[in-house]
Design a binder for this molecule. Structure first.
Ligand code: ADP
Length: 422
């Protein structure tokens, strides 16, 4: 293992994995902190996906340290703490406290912090985070229900979350390339700063930052700043490329789509799927019981399972979601449907499904937990940020594509399976 990463949420972990695979590293995503006796995956990079972004601070720190301990024992040569490219956190954390704990455990005294991801229009200029053309605190993130971001100045934001001090490697230095950035970071470290926010507006900046941090024990940031890391390992002669890093063993079996996302992109994808695939819709108002909802869907699917994917959807437009939420309450409605979808996932696998697309972050989390999945080997990308993966755990191995609601092109569901045939 060359790179050991700790991600503060599930889809963020997958995003980082995809970036590393694109860079030529064979990558595995683990779900939660592995047990002390869990085998170390045969991979160049291992990303431990936590649910620590909004967890109580102590819990987030403890989980992150446990992950670090495991990755260290597994032989990782460098560590990465992955958080959101919009720096999702509160005044108290968890980015600062987790990074502080990792720095202390590694004894490195310093880490860079760079959430920039220009491909997704997240850029950092003079320490200020922009989303598209606007400052973070005017991007809608100021209204986030859990982590409202009301200050775009990351030097200030991170300073409030850490006992250490925070400096800046500004654009003018970053423009000069890796050596200048390295000198900038060394200077800050020598002044006693614990962190450097590093400006980045283009992928070229991210590549230079990655090169400058070649010998850092720990990097922190969005998946963008990992762009330059595979090249470091390659230059050092550590990355031995044997074949396609995204190749997965062939898995045969029935195919299915489970959709619990109500995001606009997913609703469009479902509309497109209806033109060519059999679609079943759950009706939680008529059947407000997870087991009964699941039974209805699985009865419908029986006899239809095969190479043409069946599509089972809870997804609904805003007015229908509002009606369901008005009846059961927002959280109970979500929990009811997630429970039903998880049961359906298990029923489909029991019925021989081995290739499955799941739409929705929470829905994916529920399905993966129910299936006892412990690791995802990252395969080829279907659309940006959504790869096919080989899910392994307590049950049979299943090819899974776990799609965050708003990701993917309109033909995502058919395209995903066509790719496996090709
Ligand atoms: P996304 O990635 O689009 O945010 P998630 O799966 O994370 O999707 O979240 C969607 C949430 O909406 C889940 O909790 C799911 O159970 C819930 N949900 C799905 N269908 C409905 C529906 N018809 N009515 C109410 N809630 C729903």
């Amino acid at each position: 293992m060359l790179l050991g990463a700790i991600a503060d949420d599930f889809t963020g972990a997958t995003d980082l994995c995809s970036m590393l695979v694109r860079g030529g590293m064979r990558t595995v995503q683990l779900i939660g902190v592995p047990g002390p006796n869990d085998p170390v995956s045969d991979a160049d990079a291992v990303v431990v996906a936590l649910k620590s972004r909004t967890a109580p601070m102590r819990e987030a720190v403890d989980q992150s340290l446990a992950a670090l301990h495991w990755l260290r024992a597994g032989g990782a040569k460098q560590f990465f703490f992955k958080y959101c490219s919009t720096f999702d956190s509160t005044e108290k954390g968890n980015i600062g406290p987790v990074a502080d704990a990792l720095i202390e455990a590694l004894g490195c005294g310093f880490a860079l912090a760079c959430p920039a991801f220009p491909t997704n229009a997240r850029t950092v200029y003079l320490g200020h985070l922009f989303v598209g053309g606007v400052l973070l605190n005017e991007s809608g993130m100021e209204h986030h229900p859990l982590t409202p971001m009301t200050d775009a100045n990351l030097v200030r934001v991170l300073s409030r979350q850490t006992e250490g001090t925070v400096g800046l490697v500004p654009f003018s230095t970053v423009e000069q390339g890796a050596q200048a950035i390295r000198r900038g970071m060394t200077g800050l470290k020598e002044q006693g700063r614990r962190y450097a926010i590093v400006d980045a507006v283009t992928d070229a900046h991210l590549l230079a930052i990655g090169e400058a941090a070649e010998h850092h024990a720990l990097l922190t940031g969005g998946s963008g700043v990992a762009l330059g890391l595979p090249a470091n390992f390659r230059r050092a002669g550590l990355l031995h490329e044997a074949g396609d890093p995204a190749s997965l063993p062939a898995v045969t079996g029935h195919t299915a789509v489970l959709s619990g996302s109500c995001s606009r992109a997913t609703l469009m994808q479902l509309g497109r799927a209806r033109e060519s695939l059999p679609v079943y819709e759950l009706d939680p108002l008529a059947t407000p019981d997870a087991a009964a909802l699941a039974k209805g869907a699985l009865d419908w699917a029986e006899g239809k399972l095969g190479m043409v994917p069946v599509v089972i959807a809870a997804s609904a437009p805003p007015d229908r979601v509002a009606a369901v939420q008005a009846r059961f309450g927002r959280e109970a409605a979500g929990a009811l449907i997630e429970d039903a979808m998880a049961r359906i996932a298990a029923g489909l696998v029991a019925g021989g499904v081995r290739r499955m697309v799941v739409a929705g972050g929470e829905t994916s989390g529920a399905a993966v937990a129910r299936l006892g999945v412990r690791s995802l080997r990252i395969g080829p990308e279907i659309d940006p940020g959504v790869p096919w993966t080989l899910a392994e755990g307590s049950g049979p191995s299943v090819m899974m594509a776990l799609k965050s609601g708003n990701f993917g092109a309109p033909d995502f569901f058919t395209k995903a399976f066509a790719m496996l045939e090709g």
